[in-house]
Write a protein that binds this ligand. Structure first.
Ligand code: 5GP
Ligand code: 5GP
Length: 226
């Protein structure tokens, strides 16, 4: 091969380094956990899953790809349908850690299907369906949020706690600032509804949030019983 041939070959290899790598089409994930007491304690009804009342613990809502600017992609791949056979080894853990509370009562596959199709399909450049659910389960274990809060004297006892105290407890526990989201109970009290933790594009490491979600929490909020 002549000099020109080598040059073209090198150029192609160099380009390949950048072109053939899977490109992430999002900037980070929100890992979102819901407090069941706050999902159920609203005007809208909740239904326990067919396996019974979930533990009084945070449950996974989803692992959501997001852009640094605050917007997010959704429903990225209609060809990648939820396939329960790919996650059969994870189902018992999903039932425990990712319980569904919507009505009518069901096992949870509908919730997991919704989350995969709306959010998971937007992270297919970095993980497949099994990895998506497995990563979420590992992140929940790693965050250990309820333990962090109760260690700081913040208990789901219908008491009111300051937003600062809750935020700081989690920041000290996991090393990064969480987003806290509130909703209202029927008496119009603001209560702790969801916690957002930011995760890198690999779906495994917590990071500082590039942008925090709008939380709708006042300075004092209720941590409802479940
Ligand atoms: P809501 O309007 O209840 O806050 O959100 C409805 C749904 O929109 C969420 O369950 C989620 O699927 C999506 N969503 C809301 N906010 C965000 C966000 O900041 N990032 C991403 N990726 N999805 C969101
Ligand atoms: P989002 O689009 O808000 O991420 O997903 C919420 C959808 O999942 C809604 O259609 C809701 O009915 C369904 N869903 C099923 N179980 C649950 C649950 O336990 N919590 C929430 N927030 N949504 C659930």
């Amino acid at each position: 091969m002549g000099a020109k041939g080598w040059f073209i070959l090198k150029l192609l290899m160099f380009q390949g380094l950048f072109v053939s790598r899977p490109q992430e089409d999002f900037d980070f994930f929100y890992f979102v956990l819901q407090w069941p007491g706050a999902y159920c304690d609203t005007k809208r009804a909740c239904c326990y899953p067919t396996s019974g009342k979930p533990a009084a613990d945070f449950g996974i809502h989803g692992l959501w790809p997001n852009y640094n600017g605050g917007s997010w992609p959704s429903n990225c791949d209609p060809d990648s349908q939820f396939d329960r056979s790919q996650i059969s080894d994870l189902v018992s853990s999903l039932k425990k850690n990712w319980p569904t509370l919507s009505c009518p009562s069901n096992e949870g596959f509908k919730f997991w299907e919704h989350e995969w199709e709306k959010h998971g399909t937007c992270s297919e450049s970095v993980m497949d369906q099994h990895e998506y659910f497995e990563n979420a389960l590992k992140l929940k274990e790693k965050a250990n949020l309820l333990q962090i809060l109760t260690n700081s004297g913040i208990n789901p006892d219908d008491g009111f706690y300051s937003l600062k105290k809750i935020t700081n407890a989690i920041k000290n526990g996991i090393g990064f600032t969480p987003g806290i989201e509130c909703n209202k109970d029927p008496e119009r009290n603001d209560q702790l509804h969801q916690i957002y933790i930011c995760v890198d594009t690999s779906g495994t490491e917590f990071i500082e949030c590039p942008v925090l979600p709008r939380g709708r929490c006042p300075s004092q909020l209720q941590f409802s019983k479940f």
